[in-house]
Design a protein. Structure first.
Length: 135
């Protein structure tokens, strides 16, 4: 079990630095990564502040993502994730992406937080998105 918390990460635009954090698990059904990212601050100019790829059951809780790129939080080919109370309000996403983006291969994830309309783009199936108006 991994707990990644209370970090401040700044990603400057370079050809090699695209994401603040990437969690990548095995391709296929056998998943081994059991991780929580909580209370981190990511400032990026690149692809994504936090990217999940091929994960199952990963938790993103109360992270702050700011800057610009494709998406503040990008979830691809993942399932059963929890995206809870993350602040992406100061992130400027690219067109066709949202501040939080769940791709078409993402299943059974729960996103809860204070978001404006359009902040969460859910292209997957059987995900649940619960939004409250920003303060």
């Amino acid at each position: 079990w991994y707990l990644i918390r209370h970090n401040e990460i700044e990603v400057l635009p370079t050809p090699f630095a695209w994401n603040g954090a990437v969690l990548l698990d095995n391709v296929g059904e056998t998943k081994v990564l059991d991780a929580t990212l909580a209370h981190n601050r990511f400032e990026i100019s690149g692809w994504a502040g936090i990217e999940l790829s091929g994960t199952k059951g990963v938790r993103l809780i109360r992270n702050n993502v700011l800057g610009s790129g494709a998406s503040g939080i990008l979830v691809s080919d993942s399932s059963e994730c929890l995206v809870l109370a993350n602040d992406v309000s100061s992130f400027e996403p690219m067109a066709d992406y949202g501040r939080i983006y769940l791709d078409s291969e993402t299943r059974h994830c729960l996103v809860v937080g204070r978001h404006d309309a359009g902040d969460v783009v859910d292209m997957g199936e059987e995900n649940v998105v619960i939004t409250f108006p920003p303060r």
